[in-house]
Design a protein around this ligand. Structure first.
Ligand code: ASP
Length: 329
């Protein structure tokens, strides 16, 4: 059984992560958080557990960390609240669950799973979704529980500048402040993909969306086929980046479709979509993906992406910048 491959990768958002913006301490904290999140899923896989449990566990660790724009540390909407989006999908039967614009569930990814397992629907939104999550006894928090000082500052700064919605980085990116080479073009969504010993893949993604968003804006993250997709016949994919472009390019599904219908391998399919399809529209960001054969890809067209993965030998890697690879063990 131990010869059967398992695979796992996670991300904490892609963007302009230029070396020098983070302190060494920040970098260590982020690597450590990524490693913990990877471990949470990997331990489940190594014990023979399901890829669905693994991706949920990893994403929950990232949601609980204020470093990332999901759960605690989510960005503010224009009217000073938080609206959270998440999705989860199982490759064995393509069952999926998603929530968008929710306000009180402590771990949105667990909410998405509840929609998948406890309702006959795939996606619930807004107040109705909030009610469903209470009825199904998902742990609740006050909306300001997601606040962090830094996100509040970003929101206020952005309002002073006119309040246009912007794509937000993880907490760490903002330490760069005015030296930031491209303010706004950074992201902080979290996601995980996994392959379990039974040959099943799964994907999960969670986000606060974009800062100062208005009119109940929803991005790609909770949209099945855009930011999240899993199918045992091709791959599991979780995306991060400028959501509007990822929706228009149906990024996650397009990668899977290239594998199924055009016979591409995982690497080629991911590169074509991220560097050709998405880029042609002007979309920035990245994806993580695993295939049932045990291949893993982490591909982005930005200068960096918070990420971690397990290699075929079982070693754990974490990275922030394009040329970056910290091996743990
Ligand atoms: N894709 C997310 C959205 O547009 C943002 C991100 O990845 O950080 O809502």
């Amino acid at each position: 059984m131990n010869d059967v491959p398992i695979a796992m990768a996670i991300h904490g958002g892609a963007g302009v992560l230029t070396p020098g913006l983070l302190t060494t301490q920040d970098e260590s904290d982020i690597h450590e958080t990524l490693r913990r999140a990877l471990d949470a899923g990997q331990q489940i896989l190594e014990a023979g557990g399901s890829s669905l449990d693994a991706v949920e566990a990893s994403v929950a660790v990232l949601e609980d960390s204020p470093w990332f724009n999901a759960g605690k540390g989510a960005v503010f909407t224009d009217d000073g609240r938080h609206e959270l989006d998440a999705a989860i999908m199982r490759g064995s039967d393509r069952n999926a669950g998603a929530i968008a614009g929710v306000h009180h569930v402590r771990n949105p990814i667990r909410g998405a799973r509840a929609v998948m397992e406890c309702s006959e629907h795939v996606m619930l939104i807004g107040e109705g979704a909030d009610r469903f999550l209470v009825e199904h006894q998902l742990p609740q928090v006050a909306n300001d529980w997601y606040d962090t000082e830094l996100r509040r500052r970003q929101w206020q700064d952005n309002r002073l500048k006119g309040g246009a919605p912007t794509l937000e980085p993880s907490e760490a990116d903002h330490r760069g402040g005015q030296d930031d080479p491209a303010p706004g073009h950074k992201f902080g969504t979290v996601g995980a993909v996994a392959l379990d010993r039974h040959g099943h893949v799964a994907a999960a993604t969670s986000t606060g969306g974009i800062t100062n968003k208005r009119y109940s804006r929803v991005g790609d993250t909770p949209l099945i086929g855009a930011g999240t997709w899993a199918d045992d016949r091709s791959a599991a994919i979780s995306a991060t980046g400028h959501g509007e472009y990822f929706i228009r390019a149906a990024v996650a599904h397009d990668i899977a479709a290239r594998m199924r219908h055009a016979g591409k391998d995982l690497e080629a399919a991911c590169h074509e979509v991220v560097f050709q399809e998405l880029k042609a529209l002007g979309g920035q960001g990245g994806i993580i993906a695993v295939s049932p054969a045990g291949d893993t890809q982490l591909v982005f067209n930005t200068p960096g992406m918070y990420r971690a993965w397990r290699d075929r030998q079982g070693r754990r890697h974490t990275a922030i910048y394009a040329k970056d690879d910290r091996v743990h063990d």
